[in-house]
Design a protein around this ligand. Structure first.
Ligand SMILES: Cc1cc2nc3c(=O)[nH]c(=O)nc-3n(C[C@H](O)[C@H](O)[C@H](O)COP(=O)(O)O)c2cc1C
Length: 236
């Protein structure tokens, strides 16, 4: 786990069905809220579709160059169908949406670790949410199958050095959440580490907190609520 770093350059070797099925089977053993298993994985095989997806994800070449590309779905579709055939109402609300997002994310991270343990490289693709309605149209997703992010997997063509993480003290709290002063001190300490990391890559004068402050200056992907709602999610 500590050897992880995201890979964005892949050899053109496909990932075998055997490896994919072994890793997906292992990842399915991730804990799941009340055994709900509210996730699915959609592998996109078609080269032309993957090229279109790469563009929809913001021109991320790895979406079509990786050995395999998957879309991670928060999935209440099967629960919707089983309720229908049992003649029950299927009532969605924010709790149901969150449960499926948490389930799908736990599954996805377990899946990433399983692939990495096979010697493969991975990169999650949040860029999938850039133009989600177009992704939805391309993949003809049914109501209740909610795309969250993509996952590129393949034989690495690069071995990027790991990105440092916040100090443990910033993340691990004891009994009560840390004071604002402690939170800020940990962030400042990390800025030194992050600046050095950037400088090693030839980027001078950049730190972590500046980047994060800029990132949240304006709302991101504001059309998501409308999209997920249109596909049967209730976000309240
Ligand atoms: C949900 C999620 C979405 C991500 N989306 C992208 C993406 O669209 N493109 C990309 O190159 N990396 C993406 N990443 C990778 C992160 O940028 C990366 O994990 C982070 O910068 C830390 O670097 P590391 O994974 O190499 O340690 C994503 C990661 C996560 C967890």
């Amino acid at each position: 786990m500590t050897a992880h770093s995201s890979v964005r350059a892949f050899q053109p070797t496909p990932v075998s069905t055997e490896v994919i099925e072994r890793c997906v089977g292992a990842a399915q053993m991730a804990s799941t809220s009340s055994w709900i298993q509210a996730y699915s994985l959609l592998q996109v095989h078609d080269a032309a579709e993957r090229e279109t997806l790469a563009e929809l994800c913001g021109g991320q070449a790895q979406v079509h160059t990786a050995g395999a590309f998957f879309v991670v779905l928060a999935d209440s579709r099967r629960h919707l169908l089983l309720a229908e055939s049992a003649g029950c109402d299927h009532v969605q609300n924010l709790e149901g949406f969150l449960v499926s997002v948490v389930d799908a994310s736990l599954f996805a991270q377990s899946l990433a670790l399983a692939f990495e343990s096979e010697g493969l490289g991975i990169c999650f693709i949040g860029g999938l949410r850039n133009q989600l309605a177009d992704v939805d149209r391309l993949l003809e997703l049914p109501r209740g199958a909610w795309p969250l992010f993509g996952l590129c997997v393949g034989t690495p063509e690069e071995q990027p050095e790991g990105r440092p993480r916040l100090p443990l003290s910033a993340v691990l709290h004891h009994d009560r959440y840390a004071s604002d002063g402690e939170v800020s001190a940990a962030t400042e300490a990390f800025d030194g580490v992050a600046s050095a990391h950037y400088a090693e890559r030839g980027i001078e004068g950049r730190n972590w907190s500046g980047g994060m402050a800029r990132r949240f200056m304006a709302p991101l992907r504001e059309e998501l609520a409308a999209y997920y709602t249109s596909k049967g999610a209730r976000l309240c």
